[in-house]
Design a protein around this ligand. Structure first.
Ligand SMILES: [Zn+2]
Length: 152
């Protein structure tokens, strides 16, 4: 999977990537190397030995800090959704049906198709094309060819 650091942001500090930015990738989340170092040091510190999670609490934040974090959380949620769509696109490149994708997500084939069938532009947060009419016919044909349960 090609990766362009400038098209993504750190899920922990919210900073946008630069050409030289490196990330540790999780399940839709990205951690820049600065945050990786910072969290490693914080977890190693004796005063944090009993902390189950670092960076989660709002106890020391002002109201302004709470509000300032809000758009970062929303941006992270959008980025995770974009990653999910890219992941599904990669699955579709393997000719795996929307029935199987829906099953993996615990939703119907139709729900999976409605959510993921639009073309994904990796530089945008949303679908690049709203023209799903042709996609629907092609995907239905592809699903019928690969998913025997749809041919009954
Ligand atoms: Zn970061």
């Amino acid at each position: 999977m090609d990766f362009e650091p400038t098209a993504w942001s750190c899920s922990f500090c919210g900073r946008s990537g630069a050409d030289e930015t490196r990330y540790a990738a999780g399940v839709g989340a990205l951690m820049c190397t600065d945050c990786l170092s910072s969290f490693s040091e914080a977890f190693a510190a004796p005063e944090n030995a009993s902390q189950r999670v670092l960076g989660w609490t709002d106890d020391s934040m002002s109201d302004a800090d709470m509000l300032a974090r809000l758009p970062l959380i929303a941006a992270t949620a959008g980025q995770v959704d974009r990653y999910l769509r890219l992941w599904v696109a990669r699955i579709r490149e393997r000719h795996i049906s929307y029935a199987e994708i829906g099953k993996a997500l615990g939703v119907s084939r139709q729900a999976a198709w409605e959510r993921f069938s639009r073309v994904v532009d990796p530089t945008k947060d949303g679908p690049a094309s709203a023209d799903s009419t042709n996609d629907s016919a092609n995907d239905s044909a592809n699903d019928s060819a690969t998913d025997p349960s749809l041919t009954v």
